[in-house]
Write a protein that binds this ligand. Structure first.
Ligand SMILES: C[S@@+](CC[C@H](N)C(=O)[O-])C[C@H]1O[C@@H](n2cnc3c(N)ncnc32)[C@H](O)[C@@H]1O
Length: 238
């Protein structure tokens, strides 16, 4: 099976189109601002891990953040470099070509569940941060990736559809989600990992979690208003 990085490289052209349509996924609808509310004010250098085509950095630079972007896919790093005025490095988040203590903020918006060597990438985030630096990441919530909503029973409101976990929450496994939005089909290839996998990686890298938000869909009629879509957290490097 190809690595997640190779899978994302294959999806590069589609993701480039997908990520550039404003308002068509949760980043511009509500999740971007929720994530930004976790960030400390701009200080020194910010490193964005798994930057894709740079929409996070493009939102942060006007707010005063000096962002270097790291992207693992050759295709996406090149597409990003064509759009940005900042620096984009093509590298694996698990092996950063950056010196220790170069940054005071590392971010990973919706990328760590797509990284093959997640614990190594989190250790690298710790290495490039100064002591007291912050690491903020947004993930597909492990509850979300563990299960699925059943079809609605007849007459049942959409919001009340049963959410079931058929297999194991605890075991890590690769999965793919096929989503069509505005006629654009996109395949998201990711790893389901239980929350403890991330928590242990953070602990082993010397991080202490200082904020953890479970992000639901804001519309109360949506089924995702009662099961969290995303998990956002901020950790401090001790
Ligand atoms: C869901 S996309 C998110 C992109 C971006 N953060 C955004 O929100 O627009 C996940 C990104 O992680 C990148 N990625 C996956 N594995 C990686 C790795 N090992 N090192 C660096 N980037 C990686 C993918 O190529 C992809 O751009």
């Amino acid at each position: 099976m190809p690595s997640l990085r190779e899978a994302w490289d294959r999806q590069g052209p589609t993701w480039t189109a997908w990520a550039r349509i404003p308002g068509h996924d949760s980043f511009t609808q509500f999740h971007g601002e929720r994530f930004f509310s976790l960030l400390p004010p701009p200080g020194g250098l910010t490193v964005d891990l798994g930057a894709g085509v740079g929409r996070v950095a493009r939102a942060l630079r006007p707010r005063g953040y000096d962002v270097v972007e790291v992207e693992g896919s050759e295709f996406l790093a090149r597409a990003n470099a064509e759009l940005t005025t900042g620096s984009v490095i093509r590298a694996d988040a698990a092996r950063l070509p950056l010196r220790a203590g170069i940054a005071d903020l590392a971010i990973a918006f919706m990328s760590m569940h797509d990284v093959d060597e997640m614990p190594a990438a989190i250790a690298e985030a710790a290495r490039i941060l100064v002591p007291g630096g912050r690491f903020a990441m947004a993930l597909v919530h492990p509850l979300n990736s563990a299960g699925r909503f059943e079809q609605a029973a007849s007459g049942e409101p959409e919001r009340d559809r049963r959410f079931v976990i058929d297999g194991s929450y605890v075991d890590e496994r690769r999965y793919a989600d096929d989503v069509v939005r505005d006629g654009l089909p996109m395949r998201f290839e990711s790893m389901h990992r239980p929350l403890e996998s991330y928590s242990r990686a953070l602990e082993d890298a010397g991080f202490a979690v200082e904020a953890l938000h479970e992000v639901c869909e804001p519309s109360p009629d949506d089924k995702w208003s009662r099961i969290p879509l995303f998990l956002d957290l901020r950790a401090v490097r001790r």
